[in-house]
Design a protein around this ligand. Structure first.
Ligand SMILES: [Zn+2]
Length: 305
């Protein structure tokens, strides 16, 4: 928990706290095959040294927090791939690899965040969400396992649906570790920015979920160039700590298309605007790697805002 105290101190002093960049897309960039149904989950068992190396590179780049590769290791994510028999092993190992990376890098303090994603990779996500009457227990099972394995906080990533997001946040909050909320947005047919599931506005999602818990809220896995608009909506509806980790490129399941990804310098320039608007925790999502994180560290992490 020393790492969390250090993060709180930095926030109190007006410093920028640095999250890592993407894990899944960075694994793919390094040649790790992505599972067609469970994306980066299997890499924990098949390519552990590369998973650990990604975490180490983010720690060397200056990240205060690394996120374990558990985005797609929830039971409902493993189910379509026939991998639920590995549920416990994959989640515990995901945490172990991040802890090992921190030990190997020899840099302290670094907090370790467990990722829980109330989303799916199915074309129609409603067919692959945990069944509503059991969803709380499915999210709780993963939250408790990650905490037991040693994470310092839980990051609810890609909140796209209010019902599923609320249950995941409630489960995470019941563990007692800090819970951070990651909201994802994209545009609908009429060009309005919506929660990723396109059923609800971001403000509806934030206002509902803020009543459940969470100590920081983020715009994440949202296109870099939609992020400023989404961030100003988040700011209007969330009174706690604010952060951003945007993506660049696009997904054609299970592959991330990197051909149009933003440069580290251009991403850092955008990050500067988010910081100016009040974001205090900055990182990167899909397509954003260690060089981007290192550039943000260089430009913003020795100043006070
Ligand atoms: Zn992403």
């Amino acid at each position: 928990m020393a790492a969390m105290r250090c993060i709180e101190e930095k926030l109190e002093q007006g410093q920028v706290v640095l999250l890592d960049g993407a894990t899944g897309t960075e694994l793919e960039k390094r040649g790790v095959p992505m599972n067609s149904k469970a994306w980066s989950a299997e890499a924990i068992a098949t390519h552990p040294s590369i998973v650990q190396a990604v975490h180490e590179d983010y720690i060397q780049a200056g990240a205060d927090i690394v996120t374990v590769n558990s985005f797609s290791t929830a039971r409902h994510m493993l189910l379509p791939a026939g991998l639920t028999g590995q549920f416990r092993h994959l989640n515990v190992e995901a945490v172990n690899l991040a802890i090992r990376a921190r030990d190997t890098a020899g840099i302290q303090p670094v907090a370790i965040a467990g990722s829980i994603a109330p989303t799916t990779f199915c074309a129609d996500p409603t067919k692959c969400y945990p069944p509503l009457h059991e969803a709380y227990l499915w999210y709780l099972e993963q939250a408790e396992l990650l905490v037991e394995a040693g994470v310092d906080l839980l990051l609810i990533e890609m909140i796209e649906d209010i019902e599923q997001g609320s249950l995941a946040v409630k489960a995470a909050c019941s563990t007692g570790v800090p819970v951070w909320l990651g909201f994802s947005c994209r545009r609908n047919d009429t060009n309005d920015l919506m929660l990723w599931g396109r059923e609800h506005t971001l403000v509806e999602g934030v206002e509902t979920i803020a009543k459940i818990g969470g100590s920081a809220a983020f715009i994440m896995h949202t296109d870099v160039y939609d992020t400023s608009e989404a961030f100003s909506q988040l700011k209007s509806s969330w009174k706690g700590t604010l952060g951003v980790y945007a993506h660049s490129g696009h997904f054609v399941m299970p592959h991330w298309k990197f051909n149009d990804t933003i440069s580290p310098q251009a991403y850092a320039k955008e990050a500067g605007e988010w910081i100016k608007s009040g974001a205090r925790i900055i990182g990167g999502c899909c397509g954003i790697g260690p060089a981007h994180i290192s550039e943000i560290k260089r430009q913003y992490c020795s100043s006070k805002f």
